[in-house]
Write a protein that binds this ligand. Structure first.
Ligand SMILES: Cc1ncc(COP(=O)(O)O)c(C=O)c1O
Length: 439
């Protein structure tokens, strides 16, 4: 680390091995487009769009100036029984990108908050329709839905749940995950194997009875667990079973939203329409925290039948629709549209996939997965040391000037959508060389 006076003691870093990091920090001090600058002055290629969130690349002038202008105009205004124009503009903009019939937007400040908001909306929706016994949620093993108690409960990442296990939400069950190396290793795009796993939802409906189930929540492409594209037909089956039993389908698109799949949302890429979409991250190109739940008209309408003077949803955050976040969202979504970013990035999906699958013969590689602008290389775990091999790869790649994200022994790539072929070559060139050196 370059600055000997920087005190690392007080910041308890999230999802970090604090002692390990602080003994040998990796410090980023500025960023532009595809690159970070480290505190020792090196350019580091951003292979994961920060945390899957800087979709248009770093420090885009249009977004930064909109934020500055908003700060000069209106720093804060409440959105409880009050309003300010920017929140309405941002909601209109988000709805314009959403699948048909999803015209209502509830704002939060993060992906976790958007998930917990969506779960509460699902409960309140059934109750508003006189179906108040529908309180159970169905998540999926290996799902990541943030870190609220709701999101952790419907999520299925064992280590995220373990130490809080006694206080998970009680009314939750889980579908099986779709990862199967024996049946589907090295699939390009959606695995052909595995759609039958969605039929497990029928088993859960028989077990709990549909009259007790409020919603199913899944990531259309599971990201944080190590990139699991849905098997062909899987999401369609979930949708059909939910329709049959009056269960709401929630897509958690915190990662897959805003162009990661080359479409505004994965719902459009897969042509499967959920009842609620959770989003965050790319909504502001990660400049200012913001999350949102996009709600289908029939769900929203269910809340609009009570007395007009009574609050229709007893839920919200001080910063729901914060003016600066809303201004950042409007500028970001304008930028995505005016540059045709989602469409143009599609041209490189195949190139990224080819580069990723080119790693197949390297030592310890046991699977490669890709979809949209996402790729993952899964390594064999070292005996008794899960995650150690990928961690070493991540550190070595950072030293070489490439930032990647790891989960367990999977290296995940999700570059900003402005990525060029040369960047992809550079990323995988280094990944290949590093994998050859790892024992
Ligand atoms: C699918 C999904 N849901 C929710 C979240 C939580 O978002 P946040 O970290 O903004 O709370 C994430 C974060 O990566 C995510 O990938």
């Amino acid at each position: 680390m370059n600055d000997p006076h920087l005190n690392l003691e007080h910041f308890w870093m999230p999802f970090t091995a604090n002692r390990q990091f602080k003994a040998k920090p990796r410090m980023l001090v500025s960023a532009k487009d595809m690159h970070y600058t480290s505190d020792d002055g090196r350019q580091v290629l951003d292979g994961c769009a920060g945390l899957w969130c800087v979709n248009a690349g770093h420090n885009r002038a249009e977004i930064i100036s909109a934020i500055k202008q908003q700060l000069d105009t209106l720093d804060f205004a409440p959105t409880f029984q009050m309003g300010h124009p920017m929140a309405f503009r941002a909601a209109e903009k988000v709805a314009s990108l959403a699948p048909a019939g999803m015209n209502h937007v509830f704002f939060a400040n993060s992906g976790s908050e958007s998930v917990d908001s969506a779960l509460k909306i699902a409960l309140a929706y059934h109750r508003a329709r006189g179906d108040g016994t529908r309180t159970k949620f169905i998540g999926r093993e290996r799902g990541y839905h943030g870190v609220g108690f709701g999101g952790t409960s419907v999520g299925g990442i064992p280590l995220n749940r373990k130490i809080f296990g006694g206080q998970m939400l009680p009314g939750v069950d889980h579908l099986p995950h779709t990862h199967n190396i024996r049946e589907a290793a090295f699939s390009r795009g959606q695995p052909k194997w595995g759609s039958h796993l969605a039929e497990d939802l029928e088993r859960l409906v028989s077990l709990h009875d549909a009259s007790n189930i409020a919603a199913v929540i899944v990531e259309p492409v599971a990201g944080s667990t190590g990139v699991l594209p849905p098997p062909v037909g899987y999401l369609e089956t979930l949708r059909a079973i939910c329709d049959k039993h009056g269960i709401l389908l929630i897509f958690d698109e915190v990662i897959s939203g805003f162009g990661r799949m080359g479409t505004p949302f994965a719902a459009q890429y897969f042509n499967v329409s959920p009842d609620l979409i959770c989003c965050a991250k790319g909504i502001t190109n990660a400049t200012i925290p913001m999350g949102a739940v996009i709600v289908k008209d029939h769900v929203f309408d269910a809340f609009m039948h009570g007395p007009e003077n009574v609050i229709d949803l007893f839920h919200g955050y001080t910063y729901s629709g914060h003016p600066v976040a809303a201004a950042a969202a409007v500028a970001t979504l304008d930028l995505y549209q005016s540059t045709g970013l989602f469409e143009s990035s599609r041209a490189l999906h195949g190139y990224l996939a080819d580069a990723a699958h080119g790693m197949r013969e390297l030592p310890n590689v046991i699977d490669i997965r890709n979809i949209g602008m996402i790729a993952a290389v899964e390594l064999k775990a070292r005996d008794g040391k899960p995650g150690a091999r990928a961690y070493e790869a991540m550190v070595k790649l950072f030293e070489r000037g490439v930032m990647v994200r790891i989960t367990g022994d999977t290296i995940a790539l999700s570059p900003p959508l402005i990525v060029q072929k040369a960047h992809i070559d550079e990323m995988f060139g280094h990944i290949g060389e590093v994998l050859r050196t790892l024992d």
